[in-house]
Design a protein around this ligand. Structure first.
Ligand code: AMP
Length: 211
């Protein structure tokens, strides 16, 4: 019997872009992942199972080997810290930018700036590297509201078209990183299941090259 591979996928917009890539690499879920209530999904390949997780949980599952591979945004990986993960493939999907945003000139206010974000680790690192003192405020959603409501001077958030910022009178101020989704692999799995993982990555790479 061939070795089992468990692939962790991020729910939401990344999932929609990931499924066609997996299909091109010969892996299709038997049940619709958007509708199924199953937590472990069978695929067209009996040895490959999918788990669909909250994006922020994907690196954790792969780090501990509960999943052999995972698809996660670079933002999530940077925030997680990437310990014990290989990142062999940029899938080039769910592209966006991680930005500092706020009202125009907000970053030049005197005193310690308050920055609202769900990416507190990235935010602390970014401002610390520049020697700028800030206070981070952890939020779980609707970051754009924080400057409007007077909760924070700045936000750190993902920006795609920029429409959400614009609709709320905010502007992108500083570029932190370009973001796209990556395939990550558990280090032990890479050694113990080298062949099936190499084959899978090669098939994925091939389907990416044909795009
Ligand atoms: P936009 O208005 O197109 O700039 O999109 C910004 C909103 O979509 C923000 O609330 C972001 O958090 C979210 N967003 C943009 N791109 C992504 C992405 N690749 N993954 C997850 N959320 C995103």
């Amino acid at each position: 019997m061939s070795e089992q591979l468990i692939i962790a996928l991020s729910k939401g917009r990344i999932l929609n872009d990931t499924l066609p890539l997996l299909a091109a690499a010969g892996i299709e879920p038997v049940d619709d992942p958007e509708r199924s209530r199953k937590l472990v999904l069978d695929t067209s390949r009996p040895e490959v199972k999918l788990v669909v997780l909250r994006a922020t949980d994907v690196p954790t599952y792969v780090q501990y080997g509960a999943a052999d591979l995972g698809v996660a945004g670079k933002d999530v990986l940077m925030e997680h810290g990437g310990a014990d993960l290989y990142e062999p493939l940029d899938l080039g999907i769910a592209r966006c930018r991680l930005m500092v945003a706020g009202f125009p000139e907000a970053q030049h206010r005197p005193g310690t700036l308050r920055v609202a974000t769900k990416f507190v680790n990235i935010t602390r690192r970014y401002f610390a590297e520049q020697g700028r003192q800030i206070e981070t405020i952890k939020l779980y959603g609707s970051m754009e509201l924080a400057p409007i409501a007077g909760l924070a001077d700045l936000i750190v958030d993902l920006v795609d078209t920029g429409r959400t910022l614009e609709a709320n009178g905010l502007v992108p101020l500083e570029h932190i990183a370009d973001i796209s989704s990556r395939m990550v692999v558990n280090r032990a799995s890479m050694k113990l299941k080298h062949r099936p993982i190499k084959e899978f990555l090669a098939r994925l790479q091939q389907s990416l090259a044909q795009d």
